[in-house]
Ligand binder design. Sequence first.
Ligand code: 5RP
Length: 226
Amino acid sequence: MSNKNILKDNVGKKAADLIKDGQIVGLGTGSTTHYFIRHLGERIKNEDLNILGIPTSYQSLIIAREAGINTTTLDEYDIDIAVDGADEVNQNLDLIKGGGAAHTLEKLVDSSAKEFVVIVDDSKMVRDLGEFPVPVEIIPEALRVVKKSLIDMGGKPELRMGVQKDGPVITDNGNFILDTKFEKIRNPQKLEKELNILPGVLENGIFTDLVDKVIVGSPSGIKEID
Ligand code: 5RP
């Protein structure tokens, strides 16, 4: 396992240990949360726990099934605790998410949870958000119009392409992603709102005022910030 993956594994295990029997758990998306989901699956099996997961993507649904976690939906249950990764975390615990194109459902699930825990390795901790481009999910018909609006707002939007570069990434909701680089984001709350009122935008990857705890893994150990 690479050094970074060891850190992800450590924070994933730490978060899995927080989950209590009987809880409904939001399952985030991304490589760090995969470790969490796998560790949670092990605990469910070893301790015979009664836990249901609510996945934030097809990816996390499939990993949850592989890990032996039964899943349900937000339509049926409220969420006790959600555990998710992030692409950037600032000192106020605001986030940029959506590196895995799942931020729309992630924001719904994470914001619905009574407790929202973020797990990251220390490379994700930043002073100001914005080195990582903000993922903006748009309906395909809005591509040209929203791109222009984002440029007018000082952003540099780029349509996210698939690995083969032969077509755009399509989200679980059937939409496109405009990865939009802004200079240092001084007021994430304001930008989050301004992006979401553009017609054609479904959701953006800035998450503000949501996080209860961040678990950070570094070579010197695990730190919890709340
Ligand atoms: C997916 C996300 C992920 O949580 C974020 O991209 C972090 O992923 P990773 O743990 O693989 O670095 O927001 O939409």
